[in-house]
Design a protein around this ligand. Structure first.
Ligand code: FAD
Length: 429
């Protein structure tokens, strides 16, 4: 017979841990399962990939987060199937667990390559600490190769997708080329390095205001980022990109920040999938059917606000949806009705690079740009990071990196070694 818990949570991301914390505080017997033994803070992945911070700044052991909540059991395992009818999960070793009261599916998303030929094989996604480590190792390896081959070899990086992730990544690489490479490598290597940001739409930072988009584009160009906007990538090759307008671009490394879609767990769950393969949840965050006892949260769900507008895949949406689902589950257990999700919109922000960021604050989208937004970005991300020691280390790393123009973090192992992770998509060697 399957072991039972009152609530089962799949995924220890923003949504899953927020739900489990609230349930744990109420003493609910909860099982939290994640394939990794740690929570990872995705907004700082591009900083891990560019060695501005180390892995222990953005990842925190799940067992440490729940050390004072005895009713929450943390299990490190891959969930291979969820059965919403039975509110059960099956692990990759065949073990089955059932939830008496509610099943929460908060398994995040994965890179969406939109069937672009060669993208899955040749581009580097940036969705996990493993992705960021592999990407960082490859960047360092390319710089070392170019350094050995004085005067000849170059290092050209192309970032596909000019949303916040692409902008932040391209800006960070440009800053490394402008400030760090000249300091750490001799012989004018920086002049042989370049970074391009490409997108099928003709602007950066889709979803932000036109002013923010124009500001981001001008600051990126100022830093030396080549923009190629308004033409779709039709192929990713080992040595570059092809575009719908017939153009080509040489690249030693292609980073994919082109979008997200639901992972295989949702596809095979039988739950009806909407845009991006995500589950269209009701106002109270439950999947339609299943007696209102199956919640789908964060990046795995299409969640709407009180104006029926679809909310973006953001940490704040995931976090708040986790807390709200727990609140609804506690209400159900007490025989009270669930309530529609009340999202508190705090706005958007994106880092462009040293001293430059944009923030559109609150529902009114009050625009802040430049050094002020840079400071707001740092403060907000520091506050959101999980764990006091993670926050302290990130702050020290940021100060050191900003003042010294060097890097203090290393990537242990080759890009190929960093790629060894069960079940993940890998670029071809
Ligand atoms: C590079 C990047 C930068 C971002 N920057 C920002 C930003 O600046 N601001 C912002 O608000 N948002 C940002 N986001 C978005 C934000 O990080 C996500 O919206 C948020 O992490 C979603 O939380 P989640 O809990 O739904 O999923 P996730 O955080 O992805 O967590 C899902 C968890 O489920 C686990 N899991 C998945 N499948 C299984 C399985 N089969 N078995 C067991 N466990 C499984 C995973 O290991 C993971 O821990 C960024 C995202 C990325 C990728």
């Amino acid at each position: 017979m399957a072991e039972t818990y009152e609530v089962i949570v799949v995924g220890g991301g923003f949504a899953g841990i927020e739900a489990a914390k609230k349930l744990g505080r109420a003493g609910v017997r909860t099982l939290l399962v994640d394939v990794h033994g740690y929570h990872q803070f995705q907004p700082l992945l591009y900083q891990l990939a560019t060695a501005q911070i180390g892995v222990s700044e953005l990842a925190r052991p799940l067992r440490s987060i729940f050390r004072n909540q005895p009713s929450v059991r943390v299990l490190t395992a891959r969930v291979s199937a969820v059965d919403p009818e039975r509110r059960s999960i099956t692990l990759s070793d065949g073990t089955v667990y059932e939830a008496d009261d509610a099943l929460i599916v908060a398994c995040g998303a994965e890179a969406n390559f939109f069937n672009t030929p060669g993208a899955r094989e040749n581009a580097y996604p940036l969705y996990s600490a493993t992705d960021a480590t592999r990407l960082g190792s490859e960047l360092v390896a390319l710089l070392d190769q170019a350094d050995k081959d004085t005067g000849q070899k170059s290092m050209n990086v192309a970032v596909v997708g000019a949303g916040p992730t692409g902008v932040e990544t391209a800006g960070a690489i440009a800053d490394a080329i402008n400030y760090v490479v000249p300091k750490l490598f001799a012989g004018g290597l920086a002049k042989r390095c370049s970074v391009a940001l490409v997108d099928m739409v003709d602007r950066t930072l889709g979803g932000f205001s036109e002013k923010s988009q124009a500001y981001a584009a001008s600051r990126l160009v100022e830093r030396g980022v080549r923009l190629k906007l308004g033409s779709a990538v039709t192929e990713v090759r080992k040595d570059g990109l092809s575009f719908a307008d017939g153009a080509t671009m040489d690249a030693d490394l292609v980073i994919w920040a082109g979008g997200l879609k639901a992972g295989p767990l949702l596809r095979e769950s039988g739950m009806p999938q909407g845009r991006g393969g995500r589950v269209d949840v009701g106002k109270d965050l439950t999947a339609p059917g299943y007696d209102g006892r199956v919640y789908v949260l964060g990046d795995a769900a299409n969640i709407t606000d009180d104006r029926d507008e679809r909310l973006p895949q953001l940490g704040s949406v995931a976090k708040q949806s986790g807390a709200w689902a727990a609140r609804n589950i506690l209400a159900q257990r007490a025989g009270r009705p669930t309530e529609p999700f009340g999202y508190k919109d705090r706005g958007y922000m994106a880092m462009i690079g040293r001293g430059s960021a944009v923030a559109e604050l609150g529902r009114s989208r009050r625009l802040v740009r430049g050094p002020a937004a840079f400071m707001v970005w740092l403060a907000v991300h520091l506050a959101l990071l999980s764990g006091a020691s993670q926050k302290a280390r990130a702050l020290v790393s940021w100060i050191f990196t900003y003042l010294s123009h060097t890097r203090q973090h290393v990537f242990v192992g080759s890009p190929e070694q960093a790629a060894v992770e069960e079940g993940a998509d890998r670029p071809a060697a």
